[in-house]
Ligand binder design. Structure first.
Ligand SMILES: [Ca+2]
Ligand SMILES: [Ca+2]
Length: 264
């Protein structure tokens, strides 16, 4: 078979596979990434998402890495398609790049279907081996990865925002084509929950310009129901960005005040 024909077979099988999975999923609300054929018989993989920052504020830029990991019992992957969803009310996708396995050489291609990123908060991340030697499958963690640069919108409100490699809602599953056979596999997605802080100075709960034991005490009083904090103060109090102003934040402020930590 000629190279172009084989590539076409791969692409077609991927598309057909995606369609089948969508259909199957629609018929079963209990379907999960780890209950699909990839892990039943032959091979599996997962998507790992990591963010450069766990807590953010309006205007911040940060990086998310999406890696293909835990490839098991596979002949290696020749392509991967990741449907990625993010909170478009809080994040803007600035740019992204793809990293290919070394064995792909110059035959690694990336096609990002990002037209709907701004309007829907959704894009496809796609890497494909476009060469002739189908033994060159990716097998190691991180052989296939994407680096995405995001910005927190100036209008983003405080709270938790998500970035997700989808595998369990009405969108498609993450999918990859296995080397040699062209078989389509379906892997597990991943989800990041990132905290966005308000515009107050983080840690300065009472707004006196310092970050010290008075702020730590104010949080404990608030947590015990002895004191009210307005929304801006609550945002300043949530130094660990977990959505709550409580003793954990108070402890962090005391550590900061004592010079044990230099940032939250
Ligand atoms: Ca203060
Ligand atoms: Ca907190």
């Amino acid at each position: 078979m000629k190279r172009r024909t084989l590539s076409l077979v791969l692409v077609l099988s991927l598309i057909i596979g995606l369609f089948c999975v969508t259909t199957v999923y629609a018929a079963s609300t209990t379907a999960k990434g780890n209950a699909n054929p990839a892990t039943v018989g032959e091979a599996s993989f997962k998507i790992e998402l990591t963010a450069s920052e766990a807590t953010l504020k309006a205007g911040d830029e940060f990086t998310v890495e999406a890696k293909v990991v835990d490839i098991t019992n596979a002949k290696g992957l020749l392509s991967v398609d990741i449907p990625l969803s993010f909170d478009k009310a809080k994040f803007e996708l600035v740019s992204y790049t793809a990293k290919f396995p070394a064995v792909w050489g110059n035959y690694g291609k990336s096609f990002g279907w990002e037209a709907s990123a701004a309007t829907e908060g959704f894009l496809w991340l796609r890497s494909v081996y476009d060469g002739e030697d189908f033994t060159k499958g990716a097998k190691a963690d991180g052989d296939i990865s994407f680096t995405l640069n995001f910005k927190v919108l100036e209008t983003a409100s405080a709270g938790t925002a998500t970035i997700e490699a989808l595998n369990s809602d009405s969108r498609l599953f993450v999918a990859a084509a296995e080397a040699t056979t062209g078989k389509v596999l379906y892997g597990d997605g991943a989800k990041l929950a990132l905290a966005i802080r308000g515009d107050g100075v983080v840690g300065d709960v009472n707004g006196d310009g310092g970050i010290d034991s008075l702020d730590a005490a104010a949080i404990l009083q608030y947590d015990a129901g002895l004191k009210d904090l307005d929304s801006k103060q609550q945002a300043a109090a949530d130094v660990n960005g977990d959505g709550y102003a409580d003793a954990l934040d108070s402890a962090r402020i005391l550590q900061y005040d004592a010079g044990i930590i230099s940032k939250f």
